[in-house]
Write a protein that binds this ligand. Structure first.
Ligand code: HEM
Length: 466
């Protein structure tokens, strides 16, 4: 398949003084609803409108200068080439506050040290060792599904990814322990706050609404639980080195700090909370949208099932089985193009920067919207269509690198990418081996723009066992 391989230059503004070195042109006087994340009641239409101004668009929200970047080369400049000139948004810009000392929100030297400590836990051989848990829980889900049953896929996958995370992060069974239950409550509280329809994000955290009390309570409980787990493990001392020691991410992070320069207890806690937040709904959404797309494209599902049946000997696929399954790879890639679970990357200019011929003053907040760039006709033929076969080697080679960036890019790209991809593939392979799905919703799912790209309604799928 050809794709659109010509590498277009960034589009200048069509309206005003293009590329004259000033602040980029864009719409003025937008009404502001809620916090800065929710620009209007219809963000898709808003971003379409922004695109009419060019590839670098300037505007302001609540007197805050904003710039949206719509060209892959400029995305690359922000995330990679000039990454040191851009920082993260402050967590309070998202209307909430959690884990300020965790990997997602720290900056500078603190971030670098944390990333270095956490990195080994996500290396390929380590990630493979979590594959067993991923496959086991996926198989349990399959056993739990009844032939003919209609499920809310988003809910079932949210439970599944929670189980897998609790096991991989803390070696905990969510059903079998109070600590596991506390961790699930924390994940639920984070999701509730991140829900764009919930009032949570409009009300400061200190106002004692029931939702805020629930959130504060769940966070306190999470902190106590992690502190207790850490203390217990320290008390059994070299537990991490014993044969029957824990082999989870918490153990990895604790071990990384044994020589002195480890994380403080607070950083450890915030980093675990960050993994829980960053790794739970994102992966669940990738599973939800992929199964929806497979249900709507039985030809793709049949071909994928054939590839999986050929590769898998036993009843349940394992890590080795899913490596190198080319079609599975293409299906996952195409699904996250259409429905990127993390749909916008946020940055803030730390100094004055030149971007596509414009001046971006220090303090400007930038958005780099995957959901928009992944649908740009300059890079993708029929961008709205689910076509796994577009991902040929030639097409990938012709595509500007940052025309596709579901996991971000540059030094702060997703540390959990391999973990998420393995989970996605193992779960899909297990599901397809034992089930067929039929979509039962009215019209395609409509993603909302909360903390993640969650669908407004449950994604209902009818299951047939095979
Ligand atoms: C399909 C699933 C996932 C998607 C789409 C996704 C997407 C992303 C994106 C776009 C970023 C970059 C954010 C930025 O630059 O501002 C990111 C960062 C991050 N992700 Fe993921 N993620 C996924 C799964 C996971 C998992 C499973 C984990 C952990 C278990 C995880 C942990 C993190 C962390 C800690 C960061 C911050 C890294 C840093 O700043 O150094 N993610 N993710």
């Amino acid at each position: 398949m050809s794709g659109q391989s010509t590498h277009h230059e960034p589009r200048p503004a069509e309206t005003a003084d293009d590329g004259d070195g000033g602040f980029p042109p864009g719409p003025d006087g937008r009404p502001v609803i809620g916090n800065t994340l929710q620009f209007t009641s219809d963000p898709h239409a808003f971003y379409d409108e922004l695109a009419s101004y060019g590839d670098v668009v300037g505007y302001s929200v609540a007197r805050q200068r904003m710039t949206t970047v719509l060209h892959p080369d400029l995305v690359q400049q922000v995330l990679v080439t000039d990454s040191e000139k851009f920082g993260k948004w402050d967590i309070s810009d998202f209307g909430t506050e959690f884990a300020p000392d965790g990997l997602l929100f720290t900056e500078g030297a603190q971030w670098r040290e944390q990333r270095t400590l956490a990195q080994p836990a996500f290396q390929l051989d380590r990630v493979r060792s979590y594959g067993d848990a991923m496959a086991t829980y996926a198989r349990e889900l399959v056993d739990d599904l009844d032939d003919g049953e209609t499920i809310a896929a988003n809910e079932r996958f949210s439970e599944l990814t929670m189980r897998i995370l609790a096991d991989s992060l803390f070696d905990l069974d969510v059903d079998g322990s109070e600590a596991g239950a506390a961790i699930t409550r924390a994940a639920e509280a984070l999701n509730e706050r991140a829900d764009p329809d919930g009032l949570g994000t409009f009300v400061p955290q200190w106002v004692p609404t029931p939702s805020n009390r629930r959130f504060t309570g769940a966070m306190a409980e999470f902190e106590e639980t992690v502190d207790r787990l850490v203390a217990e493990r320290r008390a059994t001392d070299d537990g991490a080195r014993d044969g029957d020691a824990h082999d989870d991410l918490l153990a990895m992070l604790m071990r990384a700090g044994e020589d002195g320069d480890g994380m403080s207890d607070r950083e450890l806690r915030d980093t675990m909370l960050t993994f829980l937040f960053a790794g739970h709904e994102t992966t669940s959404l990738a599973l939800t949208y992929t199964t929806y797309l497979l249900a709507e494209h039985p030809d793709v599902a049949d071909r994928l099932r054939e590839e999986i049946d050929d590769a898998v000997d036993g009843d349940t696929p394992d890590t080795i089985d899913v490596f190198g399954l080319e079609y599975l790879d293409r299906v996952c890639t195409e699904s996250m193009r259409l429905y990127p679970p993390a749909y916008v990357v946020f940055r803030e200019a730390r100094e004055d920067v030149e971007l596509g011929g414009y001046e971006i003053p220090a303090g400007t907040k930038l958005t780099l919207p995957q959901f928009h760039i992944h649908h740009d006709e300059r890079w993708y033929d029929a961008p709205g269509e689910f076509r796994p076969d577009r991902w040929t080697d030639e097409f990938e080679a012709s595509l500007p690198e940052y025309a596709y960036f579901p996991f971000g890019g540059g030094p702060r790209h997703c540390i959990g990418m391999r973990f998420a991809m393995l989970e996605l593939k193992l779960v899909l392979a297990t599901l397809l081996r034992h089930c067929r799905f039929e979509y039962r919703g009215d019209g395609p799912p409509e993603p909302t723009m909360g903390a993640t790209y969650q669908p407004t309604e449950d994604v209902r799928l009818r299951v047939t066992k095979r």
